[in-house]
Design a protein around this ligand. Structure first.
Ligand code: SF4
Length: 467
């Protein structure tokens, strides 16, 4: 049995931030090569602290869904996942045995050598008849003075494509450092120019900054008075959203497994947690804001406050992804980065077979079954606030300065709207929803949403919400 974990950044504010990771997880899941494909996030749930608990096997490969190496892939993800590694990840990745699971952590997908194929695919989409006689290629990176690795990979890909001989010339240009993208008319001589943004997703830079800096007016722009004469620019979509990235992810995962031919086993504690959940679900269970009822061999889920409402008044959902997408926002349309906040929308019912029920519940309440089961077994270890605060780096190191009063004030505000009981603050939870108390869900550690709010409080900027 093998689990593949895709790690994204996520966002406390923007519900679309996780969409690319969802999409690649779905594409890889559909290929059936792994027993499960799980997603985890820095700023959403399941969090980096929780995600390993949610994997069903003892053989876990973790892929950071980032376009380049840097602070997140080298510091934040390994630290938060407890990998016992900091700094550059070696080409063969990092392997650890954690709590009975063999965990392999790889380089981010963006640095894999096969990304040059993705650049080429994007270039051919934008200009199918490109030729070495008259077409130049620009590989366009973000560039930053803080992380030289993000440039290195752009230069490497440009060199590989230069060697391929498929273009008259290949250039590595950047938004934020020299050689800057705005210098392209002096540097590029070919009459046709394909520009491929080496970016993870479509966004502000690919939609606005790059076109503005290059003087583009759409997917195809002709310039008549450039220093090297008339030139037509074909602007491609970013590499990170190409479906071939799914192949890159699979290459990385297989390389991480190396010569190992044996798969893992079913993870015993995870299996026990879900067995208990399924036993309760077969009898009908209310947990959090959700009601599960067995119904002629399948299960029906709905918001507990919709109990008794006729089915035709509710929107019927038939896939776990449908449940995920419906409950990603509250009734006001706001993103829900913390799923146990009491703001799950009403008005839906989901009808699921057993296998889909598990995935739907994982989307509704990520890591809740595993952590609540551990609480029932007295094995859930709370992490005190001081330890969480000490671990923070970068812009979040500031939370170490929070006074107990500031922490309490923010927690009363944020956690007051959450179903979870703050074990990390010394609160007690003698019973859980497994014992028939629907709202009794443990919180073993302050979530990143609370940490972000504490940071705002310490900075004197609270009131605008976490970012
Ligand atoms: Fe909920 Fe507060 Fe725990 Fe975050 S820290 S999960 S808001 S109880």
């Amino acid at each position: 049995m093998r689990s593949l974990v895709l790690i994204g950044h996520g966002s406390h504010l923007n519900g679309e931030s996780a969409a690319a990771v969802y999409r690649y997880a779905e594409m890889i899941r559909a290929r059936g090569l792994y027993d499960e494909v799980v997603e985890g996030y820095w700023k959403e749930e399941p969090s980096l602290r929780q995600v390993l608990k949610t994997t069903a096997s003892t053989d876990v490969t973790v892929i950071p869904m980032f376009i380049s190496e840097g602070y997140f892939t080298e510091t934040v993800i390994p630290r938060e996942m407890g990998l016992g590694h900091q700094g550059p990840v070696p080409p063969e990745g990092v392997a650890r045995v954690l709590g009975g699971r063999t965990v392999r952590y790889t380089l981010p997908y963006g640095v894999h050598p096969s990304m040059s194929d993705v650049i080429l695919a994007r270039a051919h989409e934008a200009l199918p008849d490109s030729s070495p006689e008259d077409t130049a290629l620009i590989v366009l990176g973000h560039g930053t003075t803080r992380n030289e690795n993000s440039n290195k990979i752009v230069y490497q890909n440009a060199e590989v494509l230069r060697q391929s001989g498929q273009f008259a010339s290949v250039h590595a240009l950047f938004l934020d450092e020299d050689p800057k993208v705005g210098t392209w008319p002096e540097m590029v001589k070919a009459p046709r120019v394909v520009v491929v943004p080496f970016f993870a997703s479509e966004g502000w830079h690919t939609l606005e900054t790059i076109p503005e800096d290059m003087g583009l007016e759409g997917a195809v722009t002709t310039f008549t008075d450039n220093p090297h004469g008339q030139q037509t620019v074909y602007y491609a979509k970013p590499v990170g959203t190409h479906s071939a990235v799914a192949d890159v992810i699979l290459h990385l995962a297989e390389e991480a497994a190396g010569a190992s031919t044996s798969d893992g086993d079913t993870e015993r504690v995870h299996d026990a947690a879900w067995s208990v959940f399924m036993d309760r679900a077969r009898q009908g269970l209310r947990f959090g804001e959700v009601l599960v009822q067995p119904e002629s061999g399948v299960f029906e889920l709905r918001h507990a406050l919709d109990e008794g409402r006729p089915g035709h008044e509710l929107q019927t959902l038939v896939t776990p992804e449908g449940v995920r997408d419906f409950t990603r926002r509250d009734e006001g349309g706001h993103h829900r980065p913390v799923h146990t906040l009491r703001n799950m929308p009403r008005g839906w019912r989901a009808v699921m077979a057993q296998a889909d029920l598990v995935r739907a519940v994982q989307y509704l309440y990520p890591a809740v079954i595993e952590e609540t089961y551990a609480q029932s077994c007295h094995t859930l270890r709370p992490t005190p606030w001081a330890t969480t605060a000490r671990r923070q780096t970068g812009i979040y190191a500031r939370v170490q300065k929070a006074t107990p009063e500031q922490l309490e004030e923010v927690a009363a505000d944020v956690c007051g709207g959450c179903l979870r009981t703050r074990l990390w603050a010394g609160e007690k939870l003698p019973q859980t929803f497994f014992d028939g108390v629907p709202g009794a869900i443990p919180c073993a550690e302050a979530c990143t949403f609370l940490v972000a709010e504490v940071r705002e409080e310490v900075a004197g900027k609270r009131g605008g919400g976490a970012s």
